[in-house]
Design a protein around this ligand. Structure first.
Ligand code: NAD
Ligand code: WQD
Length: 346
């Protein structure tokens, strides 16, 4: 089957980053098919993506660990490539449920890659994470930094990276772009789609926005004695629509590459660090809400500072983040205040 240069399979496309990327892909002229088991997302997210792009987006409910289901997908239509978001992402849960994490994130990815190989689809963009850098020795972090992980979630991402490296050596037709995201936050400027944690959020931005909207009482800031600007942790927060644009840039790049690029890791970050307190103040300013907080003990496994060198993305992909911390807070707040219960309409 002749590959259609425009058609992209997006695993996990109903999720937070995937849904924003589907919109960016559509705007860039790609045809998108979402493949998702809805284990951490909802039909409502897909409906809203459809409404934002002005036509129903093609959606197949399925699991990346289900080889037969994937075979049907690849047999039915020709894909140029796959953007692979599907996976589990809660660090704490991965410690208590390691087998579930390795099964979804590692076995699932192996199954997907095997079926792609069967159908000669060898363009792959993988959602990796800055977590693969562990506690970095040098900041900003570039792609050649040492990798190490201390929890099963991070280990699952690192294992997939190693698998992709081996795959590239075994067959030089693969394009395996591995995007290492820093801290994705924000939401679509329409306020229609955003991050919708199932339970009490683990991550900072959704926690802050749920305090601001009155769903949670106060933020606990984990540690105020780090060697940082104000003692609180420093991270490279990146707006999810900038991140989505990074995926489009990655696809555009690999379309023009002959021979194939093999395993190619690229950071997606802004290059700037922002502390927990700085983010909190920025959110308070844009939302006009007082956000109560208390200092608490450091969270196990946390590091002091983490921010990207974004040079490689700029040089190779011509991509750089353009949105500010204020934009990120404004869009997170719009999404949270318009949808206090996320996609749960009940
Ligand atoms: P998300 O949970 O919102 O989206 C993941 C999607 O994958 C969900 O829609 C879920 O239903 C689906 N899914 C999970 N397991 C599946 C399976 N076995 N088969 C089919 N679908 C499955 O998460 P997100 O924040 O959008 O993250 C997307 C990817 O980016 C993940 O791989 C995550 O590990 C990675 N990542 C996320 C962050 C972050 O902070 N959000 C940072 C770095 C990397
Ligand atoms: C940021 C800062 C916390 C919550 C995680 C994953 C990583 C990646 C992105 C997937 C830290 C502090 C947080 C709270 C707080 N995900 N904080 N109170 O830990 O940098 O990265 O998400 O790949 O793998 O580990 O993000 O948002 O949880 O924390 O003080 O209630 O906010 O201590 O300094 P993190 P985060």
């Amino acid at each position: 089957m002749e590959n259609n240069k425009n058609k992209i399979l997006v695993t996990g496309g109903a999720g937070y980053i995937g849904s924003h990327t589907c919109i960016a892909l559509h705007e860039a002229g790609y045809e998108v098919v979402i493949y998702d088991n809805l284990s951490n997302s909802s039909q409502e997210a897909i409906n809203r993506v459809s409404s934002l792009i002005g036509k129903p987006i093609e959606f197949i409910e399925g699991d990346i660990r289900d080889a037969d289901s994937l075979r049907q997908v690849f047999a039915a239509q020709p894909f140029f490539g796959v953007i692979h978001f599907a996976g589990l992402k809660a660090v704490g849960e991965s410690v208590t449920e390691p087998l579930m994490y390795y099964d979804n994130n590692v076995s699932g990815t192996i199954t997907l890659l095997k079926i792609m190989a069967e159908y000669e689809v060898k363009n792959f963009v993988f959602s990796s994470s800055a977590t693969v850098y562990g506690d970095p020795e040098i900041l900003p972090i570039n792609e050649d930094s040492q990798r190490s992980c201390t929890n099963p979630y991070g280990q699952s991402k690192l294992t997939v990276e190693h698998i992709l490296e081996d795959l590239a050596v075994s067959d030089n037709h693969w394009n395996l772009i591995t995007l290492r995201y820093f801290n994705p936050v924000g939401a679509h400027p329409s306020g229609q789609i955003g991050e919708d944690p199932n339970d009490i959020p683990n991550n900072l931005m959704p926690y802050i926005s749920q305090v601001a909207v009155g769903k949670l009482d106060q933020l606990s800031i984990f540690g105020n004695d780090y060697p940082t600007v104000d003692g609180t942790g420093v991270r490279d927060f990146i707006h999810v629509t900038d991140l989505a644009a990074g995926h489009v840039a990655a696809l555009n790049y690999l379309e023009s590459q002959t021979p194939a690029v093999g395993f190619l890791p690229i950071n997606l970050g802004t290059g700037k660090g922002t502390s927990v307190l700085e983010l909190l103040r920025a959110f308070s300013a844009v939302s006009g809400q007082d956000i109560p907080f208390q200092f608490a003990a450091r969270r196990a496994g946390d590091i002091a500072s983490c921010y990207a060198s974004a040079d490689k993305a700029k040089e190779l992909l011509g991509w750089q983040a353009s949105l500010s911390i204020t934009d990120m807070c404004q869009d997170s707040w719009r999404w949270q205040s318009m949808n206090p219960n996320g996609y749960n309409l009940a």
